[in-house]
Design a protein around this ligand. Structure first.
Ligand code: PMP
Length: 463
């Protein structure tokens, strides 16, 4: 009997095995991993390389974390320096030279008027931990518990933050209208919509029968990120500051995503010139490692020792990476660069809308950019925008665009209440050539998605 050689077994590429095992072993709640089947093995600047050898331009940047892109030399150097020095990596909330330097650098970037009279609390490592700390602080300081938050907001996934984001929990939050320029709830958009939104806020707070209890704080994002890149008008930000100050309500600015130069100023509150009572900071302040803090007016510092604790509040590597990142953004004026480049990219994307009725709106501030995709042929417009009618959002097209971008080596994020906003959060170190490549690949992906039978594809998760 002839012995036949077994046919060589075709092993699936390593990345396929990893993805398959991830799908089998990780929770159904996984998010980015569903729409971005990439196994990153190397990364530098704006480029990620997958285990399959493919390279991508990364416009997601760790959900807006990587101000300097991946593995920036100053970040790596700062991390290595701590490791080589023999300093402890875990220190609870003890004082260290690394933490001292981080705090000095952070305070030097904050608005003077704020920093001169501020305290910092190091929180658990995620943005949502700092949001909870901010709520706890203002409750302790005011003796009140209720909160004010806005439609379209996103503050995190723990109970208080989730409630402030519109999730169902038993934390009491009054939801106020955010001045959305494209899907304005009052059908006017612009300054007029912002004015009505502010009046509604005042009316609710001053009407003794409104059913809104006296709140401890109002939390807002100067540019809503996950909500679909909605910049708040500067005049509205100033109104919110006046309204809260006049009524002794603490104003919490959530700059988790907008901070560290992203919107064209170092902190996004600088656009309007307001000084909040509390700032919530995370993502980019850790230079790509987990770090979250609140900085607040010292008069609010009324909580008891140990009122807010946590084992992981002393991440030395994150503080070193963060201090290096903050210094680099400041010294190289990357906020200004983000502003200039953002204007250019917005203009290029707006120009695309002439040929694409599926582009409902292009908006953003600095390098926080959103393109809302709509279906101009589907049904009557639901909400009227500033400059006419806004057709219904098209999340299936957005999902198709994201997939077509991926095919073209571009990673983009989806957001917005309907998941129909393509979001760009490139690193602030983006070159002119990379900015052009992003716009070109996106335009090409949109053309391909519009031609594809995308409507049959199920829209994926948005976060
Ligand atoms: N606030 C804002 C404005 C955010 O964008 C996010 C995260 N996208 C958070 C809070 C929560 O941060 P984390 O995911 O680190 O908990």
């Amino acid at each position: 009997m002839a012995v036949t050689e077994p046919a060589p077994v075709e092993l699936p590429p390593a990345h396929e095995g990893i993805l398959r095992r991830q799908a089998l072993r990780e929770s159904a709640a996984r998010t980015y991993a569903r729409s971005l089947p990439i196994v990153p093995v190397r990364a530098r600047g704006m480029t990620i390389e997958g285990a399959d050898g493919r390279r991508y331009l990364d416009c997601l940047s760790g959900a807006g974390t990587l101000a300097l892109g991946h593995n920036h030399p100053v970040v790596l150097e700062a991390v290595r320096k701590v490791i080589d020095s023999g300093a402890p990596l875990h220190v609870l909330d003890l004082a260290t030279p690394v933490k001292d330097a981080f705090t000095t650098e952070l305070f030097s970037t904050l608005p003077r008027e704020f920093a001169d009279n501020a305290r910092i609390q190091f929180c658990g490592p995620a943005g949502t931990d700092a949001v909870e700390a901010a709520f706890k602080l203002v409750r302790a300081a005011t003796g009140r518990s209720e909160l004010l938050a806005f439609t379209g907001a996103y503050h995190g996934m723990t109970a208080g933050a989730l409630a402030a984001s519109g999730g169902a929990t038993d934390v009491r939050v009054t939801r106020l209208p955010f001045p959305h320029r494209y899907r304005c709830p009052f059908g006017t958009g612009g300054e007029r919509g912002a004015d009505i939104a502010a009046r509604w806020t005042e009316y609710l707070l001053d009407d003794p029968k409104s059913g809104v209890p006296e709140p401890a704080a109002m939390i807002l994002e100067p540019v809503q990120g996950e909500g679909g890149v909605n910049p708040a008008p500067d005049s509205w930000m100033r109104r919110m500051r006046e309204i809260t100050r006049e009524r002794s309500i603490a104003l919490i600015a959530d700059e988790v995503q907008t901070g560290v130069g992203r919107t064209g100023t170092f902190w996004a509150v600088e656009h309007s010139g307001i000084v909040p009572d509390v700032m919530v900071l995370s993502k980019a302040i850790g230079g790509s490692l987990p770090l979250a803090v609140i900085v607040y007016r010292s008069e609010l510092d009324l909580w008891q020792p140990g009122a807010h604790a946590g084992t992981f509040r002393g991440n030395q590597l994150a503080m070193a990476a963060g201090a290096a990142t903050l210094a680099y953004v400041r010294e190289n004026r990357l906020a200004e660069r983000a502003g200039t480049l953002g204007v250019r990219m917005l203009a290029a994307l707006q120009a695309l809308s002439a040929d694409h009725p599926s582009i409902g709106d292009v908006r953003g501030r600095g390098l926080m950019i959103g393109i809302e995709l709509v279906d101009p042929e589907a049904g009557p417009p639901t909400v009227t925008a500033e400059n006419g009618s806004a057709p219904p959002p098209d999340p299936a097209l957005a999902t198709a665009v994201q997939q077509e971008c991926l095919r073209r080596g571009l990673i983009v994020e989806l957001g917005g209440r309907h998941g129909a906003v393509v979001r760009l959060l490139p690193p602030l170190t983006l070159t002119d050539e990379q900015a052009t490549a992003v716009v070109d690949r996106l335009a090409d992906a949109l053309r391909a998605a519009e031609r594809s039978p995308y409507r049959r594809a199920a829209a994926g998760p948005t976060r």
